[in-house]
Design a protein around this ligand. Sequence first.
Ligand SMILES: [Zn+2]
Length: 404
Amino acid sequence: MKIMIAQPYYWTDPMKGEFEVEIESILEANGDCYVRINEQVTKPAGGGQAGDKGILIIDEKEYGFIDTKLHDEKTVLVMKSSPARKGKALLKLDMSWRRAMMTNHTAEHIFVGVMKKKYPELILGWIWVDGVHGTVVLEGKVIPLEEILGTETKVNRLIHDEVAVTTKVVSAADVDESVRAREGVTSKNDAIRLVNVGEFDSSACSGIHVTNTRDIRAFKITDVKAQEGNTHIEFVTGEIAVANLVETYNIALTRKYSYPYEIEQLGAILDKSKTLQISYGEAVDKILQLMREGPNKEQLETVTFWHEYLQGFEISTLRHLIKELKLTEPSVTLFLTSGKKTNIVLWTKGMPKDAAHYITDIVESLGGRGGGSADAYTGGFTEVENPQELFLMIVEKVRKRILE
Ligand SMILES: [Zn+2]
């Protein structure tokens, strides 16, 4: 059944940007000016989309409007300065804002459509689309980043495939399960406007859309956050997405020649940089502790046993250091470093037995491996969950061994 309802211009001809309008009233309140016009030509804010922006031209003078609202079924333009008079005016829309709302909003349909196919249990929460970017909150699940980036690829494929986006007004009774609609939409309205992205997605919507997915040009996720069990996603489309990608790529490209690396390695470099930053912080903490409390030395009968847990340090640095330390005789010195790997070194000076005697089987019994010369032993562990706990266990066992 076909139903006739009044269709505003922004539904039937969203690319028309100029209109003759009649200003019916002008009201100033709270520092803004509200100008009511008789024609429904601008899109009011609502349904998760911002309102139109543009200018009114009256007697060759321009007055900008920054938003459009619907008040008592009438179109109201929000302005910063009051027009000189009521009556006839020429209205010009900010078409780059309008176009970006159309591409952002249509991309949102496709993105949510892909997500809902993958996770039917998801609920579409808060949405916001304006002439800059889009925000979508998917409720009921924290979706892994890789899944969302995979969806981004699918959205871009649908853009590349140049799929027609069509709209039709149908009776609410004709809307079935295959249509995505907000809770209660079909019971509150007699007529429903359907927006179809080819065969791919159908949803009930009163917003503005492009007529072909090719007009979106590009879809780029710019942020993904987990929020109280929901997933919050930000994205951009069109010229803004392209500019964003170019800018990001060029930052990497500029650095490519100041720090030699290939762009494909960027992820690994960022990971490495983060690891180094963490190690630096840990090493500083350890240095401060040493300055505060002094070295961790204990006297076991005649033997001086020195043991330090050195998070954030490199084992090679310690090998250099040990040569410069003035160790007493007899002594056993045990250092454990933890970073990506957990390494252990043990030096002896003036002890009756080789370094290996005090440590080899202890390290092996705890799942590590190592070896060394008469007075130095080096070993390591992989995938240690709690290196500090491991260190305390080793210290305890070495202490017993020295006292044997
Ligand atoms: Zn829509």
